[in-house]
Ligand binder design. Structure first.
Ligand SMILES: [Zn+2]
Length: 236
């Protein structure tokens, strides 16, 4: 506890916090297989992006997950759970919603892989799959909640972008005792509607985020320049 000061001029004086309550610490299994995980995530993302009917999507996911040691029963359960809650790409989406949807494909892929690994680990330890799925459903609901929050925020960004006829928007936070460090840091800064800041769009930084997009602040720096030392948006 000495020179590790948070007051260094090169770092923003805020604490690093956990991105979303749905983010779980990586298991030993996932940490030891980073390369395999990247390939699997790419495959899952590709399957989701194809937007095939549920049965075809599930079947493709069973194959990909089977290659990383997930049983057919576990893979099918996860595929139906996750694919069923997946909303197709909105055809008349604005730039912000399009960006978020693309990011969400990766989030969903990461969720599918983690869920499959969690369930498989439980099954391997002798727990009934049905019982494990009840617990998994709680994680899935948090995942969906975060997704809905991000989409709602993106739709609002698109609305303000159209209203102000500007790609550059401002970030307005409610400043009081409940304001989180990243929202406070982003307040009064700008961002481009098409590029979600690393902490997400205003209103989706965390559950009950009260930030909102407004007209750009003249001469203000970009949100990412200010908040990048704070934290980076991670897959839920
Ligand atoms: Zn906020």
């Amino acid at each position: 506890m000495t020179a590790q000061s948070t007051r260094s001029p090169s770092s923003h004086p805020v604490r690093t916090t956990k991105p979303y309550p749905t983010t779980l610490a990586p298991t030993a299994a996932t940490a030891g297989a980073a390369t395999a995980t990247a390939g699997t995530l790419t495959s899952i993302t590709t399957i989701l992006a194809a937007g095939a009917p549920l049965a075809a999507t599930a079947s493709a996911l069973v194959t990909v997950l089977g290659a990383v040691g997930i049983s057919v029963a576990v893979a099918q359960s996860v595929a139906y759970l996750a694919a069923a809650g997946f909303v197709a790409f909105p055809t008349r989406a604005g730039v912000a919603l399009k960006s978020i949807w693309t990011i969400e494909l990766r989030f969903r892929a990461a969720y599918i892989l983690r869920a499959a690994q969690r369930l498989q680990a439980g099954v391997n330890q002798g727990t009934a799959l049905a019982e494990l799925l009840r617990t998994e459903l709680r994680y899935f609901k948090l995942h969906l909640k975060a997704q809905i929050n991000r989409r709602r925020a993106a739709i609002e960004v698109d609305r303000i972008k159209n209203q102000t006829s500007s790609d550059l928007l401002g970030w307005k936070a409610v400043l009081d005792g409940r304001t989180t460090p990243e929202c406070r840091a982003a307040n009064g800064k700008n961002f481009y509607a098409q590029y979600p800041p690393a902490i997400g769009y205003p209103g989706s930084v965390h559950v009950a985020c009260r930030c909102r997009p407004v007209k750009a602040f003249v001469g203000a720096p970009l949100v990412d320049r200010i908040t990048s030392p704070v934290r980076v948006l991670q897959a839920a």
